[in-house]
Design a protein around this ligand. Structure first.
Ligand code: 5GP
Length: 192
C-alpha cells in the first residue's frame, strides 16, 4: 500500500535495535482516515474469504482491527489481553508471548466465550517482526478450534523472520507495507 509507505517515510523514525517508530499515526496518535483505507485494502486482499471475527492483541492492534471490521460486515473484534501473571480458571485460552519491543514475556488470554470452534478468524496486528505475537494468536485459535482465514499486518519487517516462516506454513499473510531494510544512522527505509 503505497500510501502507508509514504506515511512511514514521512512520519516514521528508525530506532536502534530494529525498531521502527510510527507513533505519529499508528500506535500512539491514530490517523483514523488512514486506518479506514487500510481496512479497505485488507477487505480487497481477503475478498471472498469467510470472516466471522477479527482477533488482535492489545494494545496497538485494537484501533486498526476495529476500523478494519467496518469493512468486514462489522464483525466483532476480540483482542487478546496481556497480563504479567494469570490465574487460569478454565474459562480462558492462554498462552505466553515474548514482546519484541519490551523484551519480556507476557501471558495473554482470550475468554473462551468469545472464540468458538469452527469460527473463521482474521488476525490483524500493527507489526510483524519475529512472529511471536502472531504465533500466540494462532495457538489460541488452534486451542479454540477456530479457523485462521488470513493474517493482515500493517507493517512487516521483512528482514526479521516472522513473515517468511508464516508464509512457509501456508498462512495467507497480507502485509500492507514490508520494510526490507532500515538504517538508524541515516533514517533510510527500503520497502519491498
Ligand atoms: P513479533 O511478535 O512479530 O516479534 O513482534 C510484533 C509485535 O511487537 C507487534 O505486536 C508490535 O506491537 C511490536 N513490534 C515489533 N516490532 C516493532 C517495531 O519496529 N515498532 C513498533 N512500534 N512495534 C513493534
Amino acid at each position: 500500500m503505497k500510501e502507508l509507505e509514504e506515511y512511514i517515510r514521512r512520519f516514521g523514525t528508525v530506532k536502534e535495535g530494529n525498531v521502527l517508530k510510527v507513533d505519529a499515526f499508528l500506535n500512539h496518535q491514530c490517523d483514523v482516515a488512514l486506518f479506514d483505507r487500510m481496512g479497505e485494502e485488507w477487505a480487497r486482499l481477503f475478498a471472498g474469504k469467510p470472516v466471522d471475527k477479527i482477533l488482535t492483541i492489545e494494545a496497538s492492534g485494537i484501533g486498526i482491527a476495529c476500523v478494519a471490521a467496518r469493512h468486514f460486515n462489522n464483525v466483532p473484534v476480540v483482542f487478546a489481553k496481556k497480563y504479567q501473571s494469570i490465574n487460569l480458571d478454565g474459562e480462558q485460552y492462554a498462552t505466553s508471548i515474548h514482546s519484541f519491543t519490551k523484551q519480556k514475556d507476557f501471558h495473554v488470554i482470550v475468554a473462551k466465550k468469545f472464540l468458538s470452534a469452527g469460527e473463521h478468524v482474521l488476525l490483524i496486528d500493527d507489526f510483524l517482526a519475529n512472529g511471536c505475537a502472531l504465533n500466540g494468536l494462532i495457538e489460541i485459535c488452534e486451542a479454540a478450534g477456530a479457523v485462521v482465514e488470513g493474517i493482515g499486518i500493517a507493517i512487516e519487517k521483512g528482514f526479521q523472520d516472522g513473515g517468511a516462516s508464516l508464509r512457509e506454513r501456508g498462512y495467507d499473510l497480507q502485509s500492507l507495507a514490508i520494510v526490507d531494510a532500515m538504517d538508524p544512522a541515516t533514517g533510510e527505509i527500503e520497502f519491498r
